[in-house]
Design a binder for this molecule. Structure first.
Ligand code: GTP
Ligand code: ZN
Length: 417
């Protein structure tokens, strides 16, 4: 999420008479509230979600402490529950939990929104013995499991449960939240004084804004800086930085040669949509193939004369570095890369393609030859309006450590060779 430095820049931008992206005020304010709410969840502070069937007070099971739970209890007008993905709930209950079906129609469109967030969560009852920060963390995290003093039961999820989980995911937290109903209108007007004060201290935002955030943030990206950066594998290289209107995560485009010129002359430049991988890209981790794919793509573009490498801030297929490390621990216990994501409550792949499509559009490149083995990248970019003229395979030999990872991508993600 955003650093304090980024927050300061955002504050300055708010007073800039010409703040870059031309977003309507309402959309800008909505993004700001979502960004803040995700930060609140990260620091253990509850937030209020409003919308049909709400309001709902929520706090992240991973981060909430005694104070956050006290705030939640002070405002709750009904019993608290734990919202979880069905996969995580099944592990907690030691029995299968039927899928709750797709999310409400109209909140996501196929190929544009990440496929990992399509399923509705379930709710577990929280007997008083479990309403404790240590037990909640244990219920949320398959890596931190311990014996619990009480057994939760499946119960009906509140109507805004899906948006609550989506907010935790935006905060790159474990998708597990304590949630309780709050009286609609009752808090501000008829609640007791301590209750009114507690409610006033918390951020309240529409659930619909949370669901709209990924595509609003992606389409609000603008170019904020660029520079020549000669690379070992490509001497003629520029890096262009993109930032969303709320000052959120930045994405980079690495331009090799003159891809805009190639496109303008009627060509389809080589493009690679590369999701960042701290361990593979920077440290040379052998667990994945990201390092060779990154360097290999740039070298290939240099040989081809031109290309665009989109370096996307979508670490761990969109679950974030902390959760990827958790997923690695689960993989060391026997799960594959797909099931490890699911065990954490995340989808197999939480990435959206609108970020990459917007960056390409801003660069003026709308027809591409995509370097990938991943069929979802082809259909996802096409669904976001990019003309994918062809695919160039992008495979590297297994290294003795990542063999099973590559096999899983071929067998379970449908990767082409
Ligand atoms: N969650 C999770 N993410 C991983 C794992 N291994 C690598 N990644 C992430 O996967 C992303 C890299 O995926 P990509 O290089 O885009 O690969 P891809 O989707 O397999 O598609 P192509 O390489 O284009 O064929 C990076 O963000 C990595 O951090 C893992 O075991 N679990
Ligand atoms: Zn990697």
């Amino acid at each position: 999420m955003t650093t304090i430095g980024q927050a300061a820049e955002r504050h300055a931008a708010a007073h800039d008479p010409e703040p870059g992206p031309a977003l309507p005020d309402a959309a800008s304010l909505a993004m700001r509230a979502v960004h803040r709410a995700a930060s609140d969840l990260r620091r253990g502070t509850p937030v209020l979600l409003t919308g049909p069937g709400g309001p709902l007070i929520i706090a992240a099971a991973e981060t909430v402490g005694a104070r956050g739970l006290a705030e939640l209890s002070a405002l709750a007008t009904g019993p608290a529950v734990l919202l979880l993905a069905t996969t995580r709930a099944a592990a907690v209950l030691h029995r299968p939990v039927p899928s709750q079906g797709a999310i409400p129609a109209g909140t996501a469109s196929r190929g544009v929104e990440p496929k990992g967030i399509q399923e509705s969560p379930v709710a577990l009852s929280l007997p008083p013995a479990l309403l404790d920060p240590v037990h909640l963390r244990s219920l949320a995290d398959p890596v931190a499991e311990q014996l619990l003093p009480a057994t939760p039961e499946l119960t009906a999820p509140p109507p805004l449960a899906f948006a609550a989980i989506a907010l935790a995911k935006l905060g790159r937290l474990l998708p597990a939240l304590v949630a309780a109903p709050v009286a609609a209108h009752g808090v501000a007007t008829t609640g007791s004084l301590p209750r009114q004060e507690a409610a006033a201290a918390l951020l309240s935002l529409p659930a619909a804004d949370v669901l709209a955030y990924p595509s609003t943030a992606a389409t609000s990206l603008t170019r904020v800086a660029e520079a020549q950066v000669p690379l070992e594998d490509s001497s003629e290289t520029r890096i262009v930085a993109f930032r969303a209107a709320d000052g959120g995560i930045e994405h980079l485009a690495i331009l090799v040669g003159d891809p805009e010129g190639l496109f303008a002359a009627g060509g389809a430049p080589l493009v690679r949509a590369h999701s960042e991988c701290f361990t593979g890209d920077l440290l040379g981790s052998l667990r994945c193939d990201c390092g060779p794919q990154l360097r290999g793509a740039i070298a290939r573009m240099a040989k081809d004369g031109a290309g665009v490498l989109l370096y996307l801030a979508q670490e761990g297929r969109g679950i974030g570095l902390v959760n990827k490390l958790r997923a690695y621990t689960l993989q060391d216990q026997g799960l594959d890369t797909l099931d490890a994501n699911r065990a954490l409550g995340y989808g197999a792949d939480e990435r959206g393609f609108m970020v990459a499509a917007t960056m390409l559009r801003q660069l003026g490149i709308t027809r591409v030859r995509l370097l990938t083995n991943n069929p979802d990248k082809l259909s996802g970019l096409a669904a976001c309006g990019i003309d994918v003229e062809g695919r160039e395979p992008h495979s590297f030999a297994a290294n003795g450590v990542n063999d099973h990872y590559l096999e899983t991508k071929a067998e379970r993600f449908g990767h082409m060779l």
